[in-house]
Design a protein around this ligand. Structure first.
Ligand code: UDP
Ligand code: MG
Length: 320
């Protein structure tokens, strides 16, 4: 029987934490009673620099309930870094990552543990449908997954960060030191035996989404640029095409100039390619710049998070 750690990044989640904690404690008790989880299984909240009462609640629960533990980051580092911190810090044979807002169906967890017992090192929870999402989110998510597939980035359709990982998979993940994290793209690179369970994603239990459009776009961009240089290759392709086009155009213009009398100095043929090329060049420079910035930041090898303090029994002693 594995010791199970549930890892939940939290950013300003004081509205949902009481209910989340109540349900997770009940779930762990049930898993232990059913012989699916060993004693010592616990909940690990990673407070991602919240400015509300999130950490106060976590510390309170950790003092009362032996199965609640907390890790507090020194400031907000974003969901992916907070999640990585939880995965790298929490003990246990099996780690299950999920959101704090109860959108991820807890009933999928026993099935994920069954997957682990059947010999899988990673079990992905995949959404059966996207009915709980807004039209905008549905369309953009669908388009994005298609784009990733087209670019050759290996991700599972409709899988976010609700997944089970064995200790072995976690230790393998430790070897990936990249600054820009896109865990759902990174984990499939580990290999090992994997399986999938389906679940229905609910609406957020309380509070507002902590993923504004800005953070969503940033994550989407990491997903592309961390796993493929295809956009750079696209620029080369576009450059080759444009060059070929202008060669043909020059030959045509030269032909008119030399062999006919209608060589009217064309305004359009000068202005249009000028703007077009200007745009393509700027865009290309931008994309190259983005990759260059990534290299620049990676060479600095800055730590991805700092743990300010921890609390709860899970860290060997009560260190709150
Ligand atoms: N989150 C975090 N740091 C952030 C933003 C979000 O730790 O900077 C956490 C958040 O508390 C939640 C999870 O990441 O547990 C997913 O966020 P949310 O539910 O707001 O995203 P959505 O479901 O709207 O995409
Ligand atoms: Mg959510």
């Amino acid at each position: 029987m594995p010791v199970v750690s549930l890892v939940l990044p939290c950013f300003n989640e004081q509205e949902v934490l009481p209910e989340t904690t109540r349900r997770l404690i009940a779930l762990l008790a049930r898993l232990e009673a059913e012989g699916r989880a060993a004693p010592g299984s616990a909940i690990y909240y990673v407070d991602d620099g919240s400015s509300d009462g999130t950490w106060r609640l976590v510390a309170e629960y950790a003092a009362v309930f032996p199965t609640v533990c907390g890790i507090k980051l020194s400031r907000n580092r974003g969901h992916q870094n907070a999640l990585l911190c939880g995965l790298m810090t929490a003990p246990g044979d099996v780690l299950v990552s999920l959101d704090a807002d109860l959108q991820d169906d807890l009933e999928a967890i026993p099935r994920m543990l069954d997957g682990y017992r059947a010999g899988n090192e990673i079990v992905y929870a995949v959404r059966r449908c996207r009915d709980a999402d807004s039209f905008f989110k549905r369309v953009t998510a669908e388009g994005y997954y298609r784009l990733l597939a087209f670019l050759g980035v290996q991700v599972l359709f409709n899988h976010a960060d609700f997944r089970l990982m064995s200790r072995r998979a976690i230790e393998s993940l430790r070897g990936y030191e990249e600054t820009h994290l896109f865990l759902r793209g990174l984990v499939p690179q580990l290999g090992y035996r994997t399986s999938v369970v389906e679940f229905e994603r609910a609406a957020r239990f309380a509070g507002e989404s902590k993923y504004p459009l800005r953070k969503m776009l940033s994550l989407a961009w990491q997903g592309v640029t961390s796993f493929t240089a295809y956009p750079l290759r696209l620029i080369t392709g576009a450059g080759a095409l444009v060059s070929l086009g202008s060669l043909l155009l020059s030959a045509w213009a030269l032909g008119i100039r030399l062999f006919t009398d209608d060589a009217v100095p064309g305004w359009a043929s000068v202005v249009i390619p000028m703007y077009l090329l200007g745009g393509v060049q700027l865009l290309s420079l931008g994309i190259i710049g983005e990759y260059l910035a990534k290299v620049y930041e990676s060479t600095k090898k800055r730590p991805r998070f700092h743990v300010e303090t921890v609390c709860g029994n899970g860290f060997g002693k009560d260190s709150s």
